[in-house]
Design a protein around this ligand. Structure first.
Ligand code: VAH
Length: 317
């Protein structure tokens, strides 16, 4: 079957890199990028502007392009979500419910939706967090991730919908600037190192979080979506990780590649969110069920980020 793919939230951090990867694999015109803002960014056509909380706008696109596969990436992230919890609940949950209902109505072949390590909370085991464990997040973003995971599992059990999901860790990438998340420091540190040679980090130096380079995140998403259905045993969301490191370890690693780089640490309101999340994740289920294996360690991430940001900003550090 020729894949006709809809990617909502396409202008966000993940969408900006998932859309090109999908277009490379399935053909440009078979991947419809959908964003909320008027500008389509660097995306060439087909790009559509839609409010994903409006079910009829989504229906129009599904019919117009005869969609059979959906990547639903729309979401307000943790830090912005704490500033506007009502917006986070409405955007994250209304859009997901619309997509799930339309996916059942139009018999969508496969649907992807991102969860996050934010689904865990302070009562979850903080080290080697298991696949099946306590989900009691203390952020509205985390609440929408737990509710979303249970909705996805419900639609799979009740309607047989082939919906798949990953609990992404913090994702590090250079193409789009940080967008309202708590793990943004792990992106901003590279931007600031390359542009200014220094960075004031908004979490404490001993803050450890699970992270992943964008290429690993995109590969995991494609591998999950291409796996035979019978291999997918988890219909809430798969734990996924690559590396965990402290903010100080990150700063020290950046300094290996940016001479005279200086990092200071001034925690802000996002510290409380970071402290509620796990330090390391057990992603054995993803490795066993569909062959997940990360490729980028911290050194490789730093080399990739600094090489590409030096080019992007034309700096000679
Ligand atoms: C955030 N980048 O910081 C997202 C992510 C695990 C963190 O979900 O909100």
């Amino acid at each position: 079957m020729q894949k006709k793919i809809l990617v909502t939230g396409a202008l966000g951090q993940i969408g900006s890199e998932l859309v090109p990867a999908l277009r490379k694999k399935y053909g440009n015109d078979n991947v419809i990028a959908v964003g909320y803002s008027k500008e389509s960014g660097e995306f060439n056509k087909p790009f559509e502007r839609v409010d994903a909380t409006n079910k009829e706008e989504l229906r129009t696109l599904i019919e117009k392009y005869q969609i059979n596969t959906i990547y639903h990436l729309v979401g307000i992230l943790s830090a912005v979500g704490e500033k506007n919890p009502n917006l986070a609940w409405h955007t994250n949950m209304e859009s997901l419910k619309n997509i799930l209902d339309l996916a059942v109505e139009y018999k969508i072949d496969r649907l992807f939706w991102p969860s996050s390590i934010a689904a865990f909370g302070p009562t979850t085991p903080l080290f080697d967090t298991p696949q099946e464990t306590i989900l009691a997040p203390t952020t509205m973003y985390g609440v929408t991730k737990v509710a979303g995971e249970l909705l996805c599992q419900y639609y799979n059990l009740k309607y047989g919908l082939d919906v798949r999901s990953l609990r992404y860790p913090g994702i590090i990438s250079w193409k789009t600037p940080p967008g309202g998340g708590t793990t943004d420091y792990a992106v901003a540190i590279y931007y600031e190192a390359v542009k200014n040679g220094s960075y004031d980090c908004f979490v404490k130096d001993d803050t450890i979080l699970p992270m992943m380079y964008m290429d690993d995140a995109v590969n995991a998403t494609l591998e999950l979506m291409e796996a035979d259905s019978e291999k997918i045993k988890i219909r809430t969301s798969y734990n996924l990780t690559a590396v965990s490191f402290s903010a100080k370890e990150l700063a020290d690693n950046v300094a290996k590649y940016v001479p005279n780089f200086k990092c200071t640490f001034t925690p802000d309101s996002r510290q409380k969110i970071a402290d509620s999340w796990p330090k390391t994740i057990d992603d054995t289920s993803a490795r066993k069920d569909w062959g997940w294996k990360p490729k980028f360690d911290l050194d490789q991430i730093s080399m990739e980020m600094i090489k590409n940001l030096k080019e992007k900003f034309q700096t000679k550090i």
